[in-house]
Design a protein around this ligand. Structure first.
Ligand code: NAP
Ligand code: MG
Length: 487
């Protein structure tokens, strides 16, 4: 792992070993910032899926993992956290190259993944059953038990971090996992599997099957020995997964799309608000489910806010991902850029006014990457497609409101409800709006949605279930009731 060539062959990770796919299929992986090939990756066939799930199931029922002393299991998870920190530079470069992330952002995500493993290392022996008062003729107890083999299906926008949010709590509860990373970003999940082996986690507990969602993913979610599917990605595939899971009454957690609101009242600290809002809209080139892509700004400061926000957007440093000063990198693929550009056409045709952005750099160092300059729309109305649909790119719409009530109505006018921000110095108003806001995660005077200690997930069509925090452990376990007769 430490001497990975620029163009490496990466096998699947099955039972602790890297192997070729049984059908011999491979896919090529490219750096989104310059179009260069960086790896060739084996693709898992349906046979590989069946074989791997069977192995993981055998490891689950016969293996030492779920029955291991919880303190020892925690120590092994801590070892994974330590190894991630030891290899932070390597992993950050890998993630930056594969997912087109500015190197500083990639370093932050790898560090956050280490914190995630550390959190669940400590949580392993802090999730308890209950003793329940009740029957006089005996005692009532509950046990929290692992589910079995969990299918973890991950997207391309935060590949290593989102994989960690699923793997760490699943393992903490004693489950075995089969990870299906996104087709274009499999490299860091494969690296994580290597680290779990290096840490001493028994083979077969963590497996990674790269391959297309339509084949590898389908076979995995339909497999009868899969007890739980944890999915992050589009709402469309999330709905499909729920339907497939219904057949086997498989447990499902879904973290789906968003179209989150950024509500700005006139009494905000404007400079702080603008800088943070910029980050919330354009971080990861806007390919972030928590992105606040609908700005609702109180009429009194609307013009001032728009002028300052557009100035700052135009000054964003868009550049090669290996430079420390780069603020925004490329989109993940040319298809994703095309999809975003189609939305720009829609917005223009709907009559919204684009104040900046939407340009494709055609010369110089950025020309071979999937770059797109960040776009800002005004003169939007609440029902336009660009206000309703998740664009998943660097596009933000700004709309004025007059009253608090109107701001809440506009914010809730969405099928989604993942995150959102409220900017005001009035504490009572902030709490009133937070209570009325139909969304899973709210930041007040902040754009931050991710705190490993707190539940992460959405309302409405943004998903179901929660990741992170102690609650994630409940989603990777069953509750069993036991009655013991007195005699
Ligand atoms: P997607 O199709 O939902 O993909 C997410 C994951 O599901 C990938 O690993 C994908 O594999 C897999 N998958 C696809 N079809 C599957 C199936 N039938 N059965 C099992 N697994 C399947 O998302 P996308 O196509 O990459 O992106 C499309 C849109 O989804 C984006 O534009 C964005 O709106 C949204 N999205 C949201 C998030 C989020 O964080 N909530 C993340 C990514 C994308 P393959 O990659 O091999 O197809
Ligand atoms: Mg897809």
């Amino acid at each position: 792992m430490s001497n990975r060539n620029d163009i490496a062959f990466e096998g699947l990770s099955i039972d602790g070993v890297r192997v070729k796919g049984s059908a011999g299929d491979v896919t090529e992986i490219f750096d989104p910032s310059n179009g260069k090939k960086i790896a060739t990756v084996a693709q898992a066939s349906v046979t590989d899926v069946e074989h791997t799930v069977e192995i993981a199931h055998q490891r689950f029922i016969k293996g030492t993992w779920k029955s291991m002393n919880s303190r020892t299991r925690g120590q092994l998870l801590q070892k994974v956290a330590d190894l991630i920190r030891d290899k932070l530079d390597y992993l950050a470069k890998l993630e930056s190259q594969n997912a087109g992330k500015p190197i500083n952002a990639a370093k932050g995500e790898i560090a956050a993944a280490a914190n995630c493993f550390e959190y669940y290392a400590g949580a392993v022996n802090k999730i308890y059953g209950q003793t329940i008062p009740g029957a006089a003729d005996g005692s009532l107890l509950t046990f929290r038990e692992p589910l079995g083999v969990c299918a973890l299906i991950t997207p391309w926008n935060f590949p290593f971090l989102i994989t960690s949010w699923k793997v760490a709590p699943a393992l903490a509860m004693g489950n075995c996992v089969v990870i299906k990373p996104a087709g274009v970003t499999p490299l860091s999940a494969l690296a994580l599997a290597d680290l779990t082996v290096e840490a001493g986690i028994p083979s077969g507990v963590v497996n990674v099957l790269a391959g297309p969602g339509s084949l590898t993913g389908e076979a995995l979610i339909a497999h009868p020995l899969i007890r739980k599917i944890s999915f992050t990605g589009s709402t469309e595939i999330g709905k499909h997964i729920m339907k497939v899971a219904a057949d086997g009454i498989k447990r499902v957690s879904l973290e789906l799309g968003g179209k989150s609101a950024n509500i700005v009242f006139a009494d905000t600290e404007l400079e702080i608000c603008i800088e943070s809002s910029l980050f919330s809209a354009f971080d990861n080139a806007g390919q972030d489910c928590c992105s606040r892509s609908r700005f609702l700004v109180e009429e009194k400061i609307f013009d001032l806010f728009v002028t300052q926000f557009v100035d700052r957007t135009k000054a964003m440093k868009i550049g090669p991902t290996n430079l420390e000063e780069t603020e925004m990198g490329p989109l993940i693929t040319s298809q994703q850029r095309k999809s975003v550009c189609n939305y720009l056409d829609v917005g223009d045709k709907e009559g919204a006014e684009r104040l900046c952005g939407g340009d494709i750099p055609e010369d110089g160092v950025l020309a071979n990457g999937n770059y797109l300059t960040p776009a800002v729309y005004v003169k939007v109305n609440a029902d336009m497609r660009i206000m309703q649909e998740e664009i998943f790119g660097p596009v933000v719409c700004i709309m004025p409101f007059k009253t608090e009530e109107e701001a809440v109505t506009l914010a809730n006018n969405s099928v989604y409800g993942l995150s959102g921000s409220i900017w005001t110095r009035d504490v009572s108003r902030a709490l009133r709006v937070a209570r009325a806001f139909e969304t899973g995660m709210i930041s007040i005077n902040s754009s931050s949605s991710v705190h490993i200690e707190a539940p992460f997930g959405g309302m409405k069509q943004s998903g179901m279930g929660r990741e992170q925090g102690m609650v994630a452990l409940e989603h990777y376990s069953e509750l069993k009731s036991v009655f013991i007769a007195n005699e």
